[in-house]
Design a binder for this molecule. Structure first.
Ligand code: NAP
Length: 245
């Protein structure tokens, strides 16, 4: 029986690299995107060229009706979801806390926390019914340490950790593992909005003396989904070059 993995926000960046970290023909991989359909289709065609069943499904993870439609499409094509990577996320441009607008705060929480809530509540029933499953939720180093001018984003990513730890306790008896990956500064479109000086400044604070690559996060997510991590749940794994542990 093939396993189905849903990776939200997998048209680009860390989600894309996670999808492309799989080579097992015994998988169905769902590529989710919000805008970049062509990029999502490209990931699908690479996976198909490896013999992996894959399809792209557009949906805004913050909109529960759209997420329900995505799950209906997945059920029709692949039967359900066995493993879930909640990777879709947004990061507003860094700013002082008193300059954050209501709309910005609301949108960041809707996507970064609400998106994970929406997919989890639809994926968990499949996992509970078969008494196995694995979930990896993307947080951030700013959700652990706090980051100056990153209060909105950091608060949302801190909430991800608390939510995931609660789920790990609640779902453990159903043999469902829930873990968190908290990347440091990773060079993707998300960080491309920052100046070279800012990015170099981050790198100088990291013991490994550089920023990370999407593939380096993807390998850790892949590990956490695999049977190699069969006794790991409720963990927050930093992938941050030693910046914070
Ligand atoms: P990215 O390059 O900006 O890619 C974001 C992905 O999320 C894209 O596939 C995008 O789809 C999708 N997306 C955005 N909003 C969505 C929504 N409402 N519904 C569905 N999909 C949505 O981001 P990234 O750097 O790979 O980051 C991935 C995750 O890691 C995020 O949760 C981020 O917060 C976290 N993270 C990143 C860093 C970093 O330094 N890069 C550090 C710590 C944590 P489209 O292509 O269709 O727009």
């Amino acid at each position: 029986m093939k396993e189905t993995i849903l990776i939200t926000g997998s048209s680009r960046g860390i989600g894309r690299a996670t999808a492309l970290s799989f080579f097992d023909e015994n998988l169905n991989i769902v590529i989710n995107y919000i805008k970049e359909k062509e990029k999502a289709e490209e990931v699908v065609s690479i996976l198909k060229s490896r013999g992996i069943n894959s399809m792209a499904v557009g949906c805004d993870v913050s909109d529960f009706d759209q997420v329900k439609d995505m799950f209906k499409t997945i059920e029709k094509n692949f039967g359900g979801v066995d493993k879930l990577v909640n990777n879709a996320g947004i990061a507003p441009f860094p700013k002082l806390c008193q300059e954050v607008e209501d709309s910005e705060w609301k949108r960041v929480f809707e996507v970064n926390v609400g998106g994970q809530f929406n997919t989890c509540r639809l994926a968990v029933p499949y996992m509970v019914s078969q008494k196995r499953g694995a979930i990896v939720n993307l947080s951030s180093v700013w959700g652990q340490t706090g980051g100056s001018m990153e209060s909105t984003y950091g608060a949302s990513k801190g909430a991800v950790i608390a939510y995931s730890r609660a789920l790990a306790r609640e779902l453990g008896p159903s043999n469902i593992r829930v873990n968190v990956v908290a990347p440091g500064c990773i060079l993707t479109d998300m960080t491309a909005i920052l100046s070279k000086e800012t990015l170099d400044g981050f790198a100088q604070e990291v013991p490994l003396m550089r920023n990370g690559k999407a593939e380096e996060v993807a390998q850790v997510i892949n590990f956490l989904l695999s049977s190699k991590a069969s006794y790991m749940s409720g963990q927050v794994l930093g992938v941050n070059g030693g910046y914070y542990d």
